[in-house]
Each structure stands twice: as structure tokens, then as C-alpha cells.
Design a protein around this ligand. Structure first.
Ligand SMILES: C[S@@+](CC[C@H](N)C(=O)[O-])C[C@H]1O[C@@H](n2cnc3c(N)ncnc32)[C@H](O)[C@@H]1O
Ligand code: SF4
Length: 380
């Protein structure tokens, strides 16, 4: 069982299932899923896929608190005081060390942390993403204004000399009080603007604003299994809706299998296009569009053999369920991070048999899970 001193001291309760052995967590998640899917005819529940219990997370979102001479990177604790989470055991050792170094960086640069209660200060968050295959980093500072950029630039050369693994550094300007985590303006402080990752030999790219799965070991397995399921169907074209940087579609792509990827975030689409180029495939197309709107604008004759969907927690919604039912592709592969909306959507898709359901333990020590579902058109 994973031990976490922050948890045992009541300072961080994010991993609310930490006291259960992982095997027990998986049993509980599987039975919760089975309950949610009750009433749907599932042919096969496959064994859950899990990864390491600790050091698996590739992304840290740290609130910056305290004072410029004594900054704290972490969370606001249950009693309202700052809790440094640099030693959170979900992060790999080198990432923990870098988080400590970043606390020192903020102190050296003399950047005042933003104080929500006083609407004062500059530095709101530090966001750190690690590429698993290389151990390289993307580092972002979320600032209230442009005022502290010069201080960051002045102190950055020493940090980059100490940590050459940091490849991309950017500043995000978030001028709004207590609103979204990040703002629209992104300023790069390095020549490099993207981090390279590789899953199962497939090149993937991470830019500041593109969604990227936070558990690389389990995500790589998820893409691999989705690719196997799609390959069994021998499609000539696949749609990957809510494609992000293209993980699912790029895994399925080949000279024989073309992919159309649709995603709302333009930065993620830019990443997917870079991957397509790196793979040397010219039968891939990625566009920054709303998935529901895209589907509604398509002619039924252009519908591919397989449609993959991987929506945010809210699910794909009634309209897209209707479009999928009307298009009636041979198969639909639905990957969901929210079994509640998954169950709701599955009930709205007509004309399909649920062949397989598999749980992926993407978020250990919490009640959350990723679920992959294969739907095959009735009568095939
Ligand atoms: C759970 S993520 C999945 C991303 C990708 N499939 C992956 O494996 O990394 C959901 C994605 O849907 C995108 N998204 C949200 N709303 C959307 C919409 N209306 N149309 C298209 N994409 C959307 C988000 O930007 C995000 O990249
Ligand atoms: S998120 Fe990290 S610090 Fe918080 S309870 Fe989980 S393991 Fe502990």
C-alpha cells in the first residue's frame, strides 16, 4: 500500500482511496462500473489494466503561496494554510527534486506569490509536465501580469544550466482574479515550444495548452489496446473525435488506415499534425473543430468504418449520440474518464452491441477510472 505523509497528517486528501490496497481499489472500481452499466447488455468485461502505484504522474499543477523570500509550491491545506507538495509520491523522484529546485527559483528570482485574499502578488501557479521517454520537462509560470517576466528571464539561465532536462519554458498571463487556471496569452522563454513524448513507438507532442494524459504507463496501454481492437476491424478510415494531440488516431494510423482527428483546442491539433509529419503519413487530417458540429456537418456517405470518441468528463451528449446512431459506422470505440456520463451516452446510442468493456486505472488511489468500450453494429 502506498504511504503518503501528507495524507497521514491530513494535509492533502486528494487520494481519498489511499488506505485501500490497489487490488481492493480495482475491485471497487470494477463493481461501481458494473453497477453503472446495469441494464446494458455487456458481452465481455475484460480484466482491469493498472500501472505503478507511485511515481506515475507526469504533470504537477502547483499553487504558488507564501512570500517571495519563502515560497511554497503545493495546495491550500484543509485548514487554509499553504502545504508544500514537492514530495508527493505520485511524482517521479527527479520531478520531486525539480519541484524543490523551483521553490528555490521563485525565491532567487524574488517573485511575490499571488495572494487571493489581497488580490496582490504576481505568481499564481507553476505547471510542470514530464516526458516519460526522455525525462525532459515543459515548465510554465502562470502570472497575473507581465511584471515578473524580466525577473524570471534573469534567473532562468542558472536554472537551465542546473536542469538541462528543462526543454520548454513559457509564461502564461492570467490577469483575472480567481477565474480559470490559465489565460489566453502564452509567451515562450525558450526557443523550443513543445515537448516530445513517445508511446509505443508513436511520436506525440505536448504544447502548453494541449491536453495530455497524466499517467503515461496506463495511457500507453490504453492506446495500445484501442489500436488492437480497431485493427481487428480492418478499417480503411477512422475518425478520432476529441482527439487531443492525436493519441488514439495516431496509434491506429498506417498507410492502409487513414485518420480524421477532430479537437477543439488548436494547440493540440498543431501537435497532432507534427506527429503525422513525423510518421510520414499523408492520409491523416486533423482539424480544430467542435466534434458535435463536425459530425452534424458530415454526409452519411463519408462515414468511416470506425469512430473513436474520447470526450471530457461531460461525455459526448445527446446530439452526438444521435449522429453516431444515424451514421451507423461498423464500430464505435468509446474511451471515457467518467463512467457516469459513459453509461448515459451508451443508453442513447442505438443499434449497437457492447462487445467489450475494460477499465484502466489511470487515476490510482481515487474513485476515478478510464473505461474503454467497443460497440459493434448489430447484425455484423
Ligand atoms: C479526455 S481529453 C482526450 C484527448 C485525447 N483523446 C487523448 O487521448 O489525449 C478530451 C479532449 O476533448 C477536447 N474537447 C473538449 N470539448 C470539445 C469539443 N466540443 N469538440 C472537440 N474537442 C473537444 C479537449 O480539448 C480535450 O483535448
Ligand atoms: S496527491 Fe500526493 S500528497 Fe496528496 S494524498 Fe495523493 S499522494 Fe499524498
Amino acid at each position: 500500500m502506498l504511504t503518503c505523509s501528507y495524507f497521514s497528517q491530513g494535509k492533502c486528501r486528494s487520494c481519498n482511496w489511499l488506505e485501500q490496497p490497489v487490488e481492493q481499489q480495482l475491485t471497487n472500481k470494477s463493481s461501481q462500473l458494473a453497477t453503472l452499466l446495469e441494464g446494458l447488455n455487456v458481452e465481455q468485461f475484460l480484466s482491469p489494466v493498472s500501472g505503478p502505484e507511485s511515481a506515475f504522474r507526469n504533470k504537477a499543477k502547483m499553487v504558488v503561496m507564501g512570500a517571495a523570500h519563502e515560497p511554497v509550491l503545493g495546495i491550500v491545506g484543509p485548514d487554509g494554510s499553504p502545504v508544500s507538495l514537492c514530495d508527493c509520491p505520485l511524482y517521479p523522484q527527479d520531478m520531486q527534486a525539480l519541484l524543490h529546485r523551483l521553490e528555490k527559483f521563485v525565491q532567487q528570482a524574488g517573485i511575490p506569490p499571488y495572494r487571493i485574499d489581497k488580490s496582490k502578488g504576481e505568481l499564481k501557479f507553476i505547471l510542470l509536465t514530464r516526458a516519460q521517454h526522455s525525462g525532459e520537462y515543459l515548465l510554465r509560470f502562470v502570472l497575473r501580469s507581465h511584471n515578473a517576466i524580466e525577473r524570471i528571464e534573469r534567473t532562468l539561465p542558472q536554472l537551465l544550466a542546473d536542469w538541462p532536462q528543462i526543454k520548454v519554458v513559457s509564461v502564461n498571463i492570467q490577469p483575472v482574479h480567481m477565474a480559470r487556471l490559465e489565460g489566453d496569452e502564452e509567451i515562450f522563454l525558450t526557443e523550443a515550444t513543445r515537448l516530445e513524448e513517445v508511446f509505443n513507438g508513436v511520436p506525440l507532442f505536448i504544447r502548453p495548452k494541449s491536453f495530455f494524459q497524466t499517467n503515461p504507463v496506463v495511457a500507453a496501454e490504453l492506446y495500445c489496446i484501442a489500436r488492437d481492437w480497431v485493427a481487428e476491424l480492418k478499417p480503411s478510415r477512422v475518425w478520432d473525435l476529441f482527439c487531443g494531440v492525436g493519441g488514439f488516431g495516431l496509434h491506429c494510423a498506417s498507410h492502409e488506415v487513414g485518420v480524421t482527428g477532430i479537437e477543439i483546442e488548436a494547440e493540440a491539433i498543431a501537435c497532432a499534425k507534427l506527429s503525422a509529419e513525423a510518421l510520414g503519413l499523408d492520409n491523416l487530417s486533423f482539424s480544430a473543430l467542435d466534434s458535435t458540429g463536425f459530425a452534424q456537418g458530415q454526409d452519411a456517405t463519408e462515414v468511416p468504418d470506425v469512430i473513436i470518441v474520447n470526450p471530457p468528463r461531460r461525455g459526448i451528449g445527446e446530439q452526438l449520440c444521435q449522429s453516431l446512431s444515424a451514421f451507423a459506422p461498423r464500430a464505435i470505440v468509446y474511451s471515457s474518464c467518467n463512467p457516469v456520463t459513459l453509461a448515459k451516452d451508451l443508453k442513447l446510442i442505438d443499434g449497437y452491441e457492447i462487445k467489450r468493456v475494460q477499465l484502466f486505472d489511470m487515476f490510482p488511489h481515487t474513485e476515478h477510472a478510464e473505461v474503454l468500450v467497443l460497440l459493434v453494429k448489430k447484425g455484423l
